[in-house]
Design a binder for this molecule. Structure first.
Ligand code: S3P
Length: 175
């Protein structure tokens, strides 16, 4: 049985790499944020606005507990998922966990390229965003580094780069 969970900061490429890995392995892919949006029929931004971050984290935990029971799946979670409750312990028990590790510069460039609306970043200037990434990464790194595997990711600017990450990931996990 294969169950892989990708973790890492916003903009690390969890969804992009997760989707490509699932295609490469012929396994279904679940993105926790998408699953939440589908279940609640609301965007992550709407849930943050309506329930506050605390309410969102409870929903996120409940959905994680559901999705991480599925078998033969690739799962990508939100950047904050490993950092609340006992989520990191739970994920390590349930799955092979992989930290997609990227530098603040790469994270910033991915986040600028991406179109996803992220409530924690909205209304920030470029300088504020860069500072936020550096500060938040420091706080979150201790959680992320508890993953069973770490894959360093550089700028995923084209499909070849994504394919390279998938190849490295498959080598790392021997699958
Ligand atoms: C968050 C990351 C987002 C999403 C929410 C909060 C975070 O997911 O869950 O906006 O706390 O880092 P991505 O990492 O997929 O952007």
């Amino acid at each position: 049985m294969i169950r892989i969970i990708l973790i890492g900061f916003m903009g690390a490429g969890k969804t992009t790499v997760g989707k490509a890995l699932s295609q490469s392995l012929g396994l279904p892919f679940y993105d926790l944020d998408w699953y939440i949006e589908d279940r609640y029929r609301k965007t992550i931004s709407q849930l943050f606005a309506e329930k506050g971050e605390e309410g969102f984290r409870k929903i996120e935990k409940d959905i994680l507990n559901e999705v991480a029971e599925f078998e033969d799946v690739i799962i990508s979670c939100g950047g904050g998922t490993p950092c609340f409750f006992d989520n990191m312990d739970y994920m390590n028990r349930q799955a092979q966990t992989i930290y997609l590790k990227a530098s603040p510069e790469v994270l910033y460039r991915h986040l600028k390229m991406g179109k996803v609306e992220r409530p924690l970043l909205k209304d920030k200037t470029e300088a504020e965003m860069k500072q936020f990434i550096r500060d938040m990464l420091k706080t979150r790194e201790p959680f992320y580094s508890r993953a069973q595997y770490t894959l360093n990711v550089n700028l995923l600017e084209n499909y070849d780069k994504i394919k390279d990450s998938v190849r490295l990931l498959r080598e790392l996990l021997n699958i």
